[in-house]
Design a protein around this ligand. Structure first.
Ligand SMILES: *Cc1c(COP(=O)(O)O)cnc(C)c1O
Length: 433
């Protein structure tokens, strides 16, 4: 049973009517389904049953505390890529020994934070990072648990902006360099080389690139173990794709089989870092049509959600499904519209050229597949407040991030002293005399 379905003529999130939510909370608003989160997580974890596997939810896909906490309660760890995400993961109750810290540009402060928290592993992506981490750890009289992130030079066959495993991408260490760095790591007292990591991209829709990357990882692991390195963990990254439109991503079983096949016979722990797969379909962005607008060439639905709320269509040419909240009459004629936001950018498009049932001013729509890389990538461009986030569970819901108000939105700006009221400045000069 899907989390978002029509009941009595209106789209619901589980047992909660989206019409009612829009009335109570306003639009635009992100709405997440607890059941969808839990079902996705359980299915994912179950696919790796029997392996020594740790699922580290990739926090950057949706870092709302309530979402992280939902997974933490189910036993998940976290994959973080910044000190801020580490802070969030800890605040949401993820145990430090289930946290892996990835990312190409960890600063000294971030390393210190990870070491002090005693996280499970740093995924190191370059020689200079390895050397700095060794120094920071030694200063703290610690040994940093390290996995080397490998760049396996595999084409993930996904959008260029979310492909990370080719040699021309900034991510990871090429295999010949990894052999050298393993030897270097063994000489650094602050480093405990425990594993290898890989992550070749996001929204992968075929299993072959995964299988190729995992095979290269496992081969390198075997080689390093034979050379005496203490490799005991393989972090297989994230990247499993979902269906936004007509994609045919691998099913969980074949994805899990690619992992199992690669690590067969290796006495190691597996780490998995799913992000999008766990959250994308568990969220919608609820929005209202402000105006319908008939141009000579096109018909536009100008809605109150914009690129600042959901940037995926503008940034990745991403397809997001659009569902009218009022169930369309059977046999309703479809018409092609550009669903656009009110932001002053031609690129502020949510869904170009979409065939939709008739829409009117004031109608509600749900933008699907918005649980991943939605709210987390939002901004306040055009001084638009961050949209609220709502978590639904059965017939109840909770606002897990209220809508930002205008005072809060401008409240961190400061006038420079010379811009303060001239009268006040004069008074000060007088006092001095
Ligand atoms: C973004 C990211 C992930 C998650 O990717 P998804 O496509 O959302 O599953 C996992 N690991 C690392 C290192 C990442 O950067």
């Amino acid at each position: 049973m899907t989390a978002f379905a029509y009941r009595n003529g209106a789209l619901h999130a589980e047992g909660v009517s989206l019409v009612r939510l829009a009335d109570r909370i306003g639009t635009p608003a992100y709405v997440y389904s607890n059941r969808a989160l839990v079902e996705r997580y359980r299915a994912f974890a179950t696919a790796f049953a029997g392996l020594d596997a740790l699922v580290c939810y990739s926090v950057k896909a949706n870092s709302n505390l309530a979402v992280i906490a939902t997974f933490a309660r189910l036993g998940a760890g976290a994959d973080v890529v910044s000190q801020g995400e580490l802070f969030r993961a800890r605040a949401a109750g993820v145990p430090a020994n289930r946290i892996v810290f990835a990312g190409v540009g960890k600063t000294e402060a971030e390393m210190e934070a990870g070491l002090k928290a005693r996280i499970l592993q740093f995924n190191v992506e370059s020689e200079n990072e390895l050397r700095l981490l060794a120094r920071v750890a030694s200063q703290l009289k610690r040994r940093a648990p390290v996995a080397m992130r490998i760049n396996p030079d595999v084409d993930a066959r996904t959008h260029a902006k979310i492909s990370t495993g080719k040699s021309e991408n900034k991510f990871g260490i090429e295999i010949p360099r990894a052999r050298e760095l393993a030897r270097l790591a063994a000489t650094l007292p602050g480093i405990d080389l425990q594993g290898l990591a890989v992550h070749i991209g996001s929204q992968l829709t075929s299993v072959e690139p995964f299988a190729a990357a995992f095979a290269r990882m496992a081969e390198l692991a075997r080689e390093l173990i034979a050379a005496g390195h203490g490799i005991r963990r393989l972090d297989m990254g994230g990247g499993l794709g979902i269906v936004y439109d007509r994609e045919t991503p691998p099913d969980l079983a074949s994805y899990a089989r690619a992992v199992r096949d690669a690590v067969d016979g290796l006495p190691i722990q597996i780490v998995l870092e799913p992000g999008r797969y766990l959250v994308a379909e568990a969220g919608i962005l609820l929005s209202r049509v402000i105006y319908m607008k008939e141009g000579t060439a096109k018909r536009f639905a100008i809605v109150d959600a914009a690129m600042n709320d959901l940037i995926r269509p503008a940034l990745y040419d991403a397809y997001q499904p659009i569902l009218p909240v009022a169930r369309p009459r059977p046999g309703a004629n479809l018409a092609t519209v550009d669903v656009v936001g009110p932001v002053c950018e031609t690129g502020d498009v949510i869904a170009p050229g979409r065939a939709l049932p008739p829409l009117d001013d004031g109608d509600l729509i749900a933008i699907g597949g918005a649980g991943a890389y939605g709210a987390v990538m939002s901004s306040t461009y055009n001084t638009r407040p961050l949209a609220p986030e709502i978590l639904v569970d059965g017939a109840r819901y909770a606002v897990v991030r209220p809508r930002q108000d205008y005072a809060e939105l401008i409240g961190r700006d400061r006038l420079a002293p010379w811009l303060k009221a001239p009268a006040a400045a004069k008074r000060k000069t007088k006092k001095k005399k």
